[in-house]
Design a binder for this molecule. Structure first.
Ligand code: PLP
Length: 462
């Protein structure tokens, strides 16, 4: 057929709208979305007829294209990703996955009205912080607590409240940058506290703090250097000593503990990480930490400590700008409830569960995934091997968790191409590539996603 005939054969939008498939779509999809999809598919055909790429077509072809464009335009940009990297708290992939309890609480308060700022007992205005303050103090042993948007906001609010136009003394070895560009010196600048750096990168002594204390000192700050470790000739002031010094000079001691571990992981064979409870027990006046790292909840910043300080923070004008939204609050409450019993927390909170699951369980799962892949995907070699997962999120940087992975290799397609195709597929899968092999770590994969993984591998060579 020549071009003119082909162009004439292209349907008009009005005709297209009468097709039974389209009529069906019109029942539950906006007309604009549908006509846009029709126009895009007709335009595609017109352009390719004109440049001779399309020599013939039938109505079905255009309808199929229309359908896939429509499905795509109905989808969201922000979507589910399958994490095969073995990095449990993957900052780029949304950090912690929420527990069912957290998700149920979010659904409940967002599909209904809620008592967000309403005191049901008194029948008048209440505080959004009241819903979880008691829960946080009960779990951590602190006197008072409040929550804001994230830990960066928590540090800023705490410093601004305790130390505006005053000096905050901090060890040079703790002036760290944490993933997602949280830089301690910059956050301090925004909080209007002036930074007094003491000691050296590898060694700071108690006298370094004491020698710099004056009538304008607002806070003694300790920052947990989450994502790196200084080895060798080092010396750091113990929290107990800092607290003693603070008490002697009546200056509050604040610790930005970062990950906010509420469970002592050394019980499970990991290197000891300071817990929020231990920091408070040692007498720290204010502790701040993230909700979506080791805690395993939503993005949030939690502040816990002496009531007099926390009360001041609640009244700080900055709080209004940093305030936590109701969905986050609901997710945080749902997560924290599980911590009343540590065993519950480990069972129900995905982040804890993923970090602590024994490698032998992943070995069996890896064998199962490999079998499924082998049975469905030709021209690939699959094997199960031992490897290491990471905690991620700047937490436990030196910890390598033993795991099992499925490695995939093919003569017909390079590992870089596989990685790219899986990442761009209908069901994005993020994998690691190492030594010319594609690696899927079972620690961060769910059994429910095995079918999808097999399906996307089947499409790789098509
Ligand atoms: C992660 C981290 C932060 C930033 O926390 P966000 O919740 O990501 O804002 C601040 N301080 C430390 C020590 C951290 O580890």
């Amino acid at each position: 057929m020549d071009k003119k005939d082909l162009l004439r054969k292209l349907p008009k939008i009005d005709e297209f709208l009468k097709e039974s498939v389209v009529v069906e779509d019109l029942k539950n999809t906006s007309r604009t979305l549908i006509t846009n999809s029709i126009r895009t598919s007709i335009d595609y055909y017109r352009k390719n007829i004109l440049n001779d790429s399309i020599k013939d077509f039938n109505k079905e072809d255009i309808l199929n294209l229309y359908k896939s464009i429509l499905i795509n335009s109905k989808g969201t940009n922000f979507k589910k990703v399958i994490n095969g990297t073995g990095v449990v708290i993957h900052t780029n992939l949304g950090r912690s996955i929420l527990s069912n309890e957290a998700i149920e609480n979010v659904t409940k308060v967002s599909e209904n009205y809620s008592n967000l700022e309403y005191d049901l007992k008194l029948g008048k205005r209440g505080s959004r912080y009241s819903h979880i303050e008691e829960l946080i103090t009960k779990i951590t042993g602190g006197e008072a607590a409040m929550v804001v948007n994230n830990n960066a906001a928590a540090v800023m609010l705490a410093l601004n409240t305790l130390c505006e136009d005053k000096e905050a003394i901090v060890s040079r070895g703790q002036l760290v940058e944490i993933g997602g560009s949280f830089r301690v010196p910059d956050v301090m600048k925004f909080s209007r506290a002036s930074l007094i750096e003491v000691g050296t990168t590898n060694r700071t002594h108690l006298y370094d703090y004491e020698n710099n204390i004056n009538e304008n000192t607002g806070v003694l700050l300790k920052v947990h250097t989450s994502n790196f470790k200084i080895m060798g000739f080092t010396e750091d002031v113990q929290l107990e000593e800092l607290v003693e010094l603070g008490e002697k000079h009546k200056i509050p001691v604040m610790e930005d503990i970062g990950s906010g571990t509420l469970v002592d992981f050394s019980k499970y064979g990991f290197t000891y990480e300071p817990t929020v409870q231990s920091s408070l027990r040692k007498g720290t006046d204010v502790v701040t930490f993230s909700g979506d790292k080791m805690l395993g909840g939503p993005q949030a910043g939690i502040i816990v400590g002496k009531k007099s300080y926390v009360d001041k923070m609640k009244k700080n004008q900055l709080t209004r700008a940093l305030r936590i939204d109701k969905m986050t609050l609901a997710a945080l409450e749902g997560t924290l409830k599980s911590y009343i019993e540590e065993e519950e927390a480990i069972k129900k909170i995905p982040t804890l569960n993923m970090i602590l699951t024994d490698k032998e369980i992943h070995k069996k799962r890896a064998q199962r995934l490999k079998r499924r892949l082998k049975n469905h995907v030709d021209d690939f070699t699959f094997k199960v091997e031992g490897d290491y997962s990471m905690v991620g999120g700047g937490s436990m940087p030196t910890e390598r968790i033993e795991t099992y992975v499925v490695k995939a290799f093919s003569d017909k397609i390079s590992p870089e191409k596989i990685e790219k195709k899986l990442r761009l597929s209908e069901n994005p899968i993020v994998v690691r590539v190492s030594n010319n092999e594609v690696i899927l770590d079972l620690r961060t994969l769910f059994d429910k996603d095995f079918d999808i993984i097999v399906k996307e591998f089947e499409k790789l060579l098509k």
